[in-house]
Design a protein around this ligand. Structure first.
Ligand SMILES: O=C(O)CCC(=O)C(=O)O
Ligand SMILES: [Fe+2]
Length: 349
């Protein structure tokens, strides 16, 4: 939580060793990423062209969701200029302005998931044993009653308008994707969206400064996202990895693509037919990396359970129902650690 140092300050101080709180235990340390795209992993995150025939799009989504829970979409209808402008403005906030000005937007100390400029995600000190090599800015963007751009940076000058425009675009795309994902399971198009209800959307810009010891640290530790569906754009530096059969695959940046990550509530609603993606971010020694992640979550009061259309005597519920707000509280008290929080809801079937 805040009061915390921003890793950008450590990075700029030119230290040659990271402070001990950032050192991962050996089993969590990343293996070095090579820049060659010859590794097996390169083709493992499929790119799905949303301008293709709906039938083939749905088939591709079904395969990607069964295999990985993560896929790129291209020809998605979000203007490339908006994505570029947003990435540039977010990077400019972190790179081009004095820390003193940025700290005027600091997250509230002692409160989980507060909007603003921060570095430490968890409040509880118990979970703070290893810190992420990441600074971020979190924006509450939807519903509109939560959107108050005066909490967002006013520098560079176009920042607030870009975040608002991007939020609206992401909502439309998330709705469309949840429709296609529902249909890929033989459900009516509105099934998952109806179960989620009105989107609570947050946009987080993450900034990973160069790290003197990338082999010992993580930009963001292994986790699955809590909500329904996450849409992620990154720059050309790379560092995102998704877990597949116990191995970390690097998601190589694809220009103008948007990465879709299934999140935990979609796993529950689909009764585990589709699993949420476990992912993490690694750092590197020479280049800062920026990503912008848009989360779509249920309201805290919504009760999530497996869709009744997917249940039968031979396919009983595999997850206990959960009130989303309780799920979030439990996540923040336990820490991410892969999928521990979701696994706690699994029933013996
Ligand atoms: O920066 C990234 O690529 C990953 C960010 C992420 O997974 C998150 O914010 O939940
Ligand atoms: Fe994530």
């Amino acid at each position: 939580m805040e009061g915390a140092v921003r890793v950008q300050i450590l990075s700029q101080a030119g230290i040659s060793e990271v402070p001990s709180q950032y050192i991962q235990p050996p089993e969590n340390r990343p293996t070095p990423i090579t820049n060659t795209k010859t590794s097996l992993s390169y083709d493992n995150v499929p790119a799905i062209d949303l301008s293709h025939k709906e039938e083939s799009v749905i088939a591709a989504i079904q395969e990607a969701c069964q295999e990985l829970g993560a896929f790129h979409v291209i020809n998605h209808g979000v203007p490339a200029k908006l994505m570029d402008d947003l990435r540039r403005s977010c990077l400019s906030f972190f790179n081009d302005f004095p820390m003193e000005d940025k700290l005027k937007y600091a997250c509230q100390p002692n409160s989980a998931a507060s909007q603003g400029y921060g570095s430490r995600m968890l409040v509880s000190s118990e979970n703070d044993s290893v810190l992420d090599w990441r600074d971020y800015f979190d924006h509450h963007t939807l519903p509109l009653s939560r959107r108050n751009p005066s909490f967002w940076p006013h520098f560079p000058p176009e920042y607030r308008e870009l975040v608002a425009d991007y939020s609206d675009e992401m909502k439309v795309l998330a709705q469309r994707l949840l429709g296609l994902i529902s249909e890929s399971l033989g459900l009516r198009a509105s099934c998952i969206e109806d179960a989620v209800g009105e989107f609570y959307q947050n946009i987080t810009a993450s900034y990973y400064p160069p790290c003197p010891q990338p082999e010992l640290t993580l930009g963001l530790q292994s986790h699955s996202d809590m909500g329904a569906i996450t849409l992620l754009i990154q720059d050309d530096v790379g560092g995102l990895q998704v877990l597949k059969d116990g191995k970390w695959l690097t998601v190589h940046p694809l220009p103008n693509a948007i990465l879709v990550l299934l999140a935990d509530q979609t796993e529950i609603i689909t009764n585990g037919k589709y699993r949420s993606s476990v992912h993490r971010a690694v750092t590197n020694a020479s280049k800062a990396r920026l990503s912008v992640v848009t989360f779509h979550d249920p309201a805290k009061a919504v009760r999530i359970s497996p869709a009744s259309d997917l249940l039968s005597e031979s396919s009983p519920p595999r997850y206990a129902p959960v009130v989303y707000g309780d799920y979030v509280s439990s996540w923040y008290s336990k820490g991410p650690d892969g999928k521990r929080n979701l696994d706690a809801l699994m029933l013996d079937t």
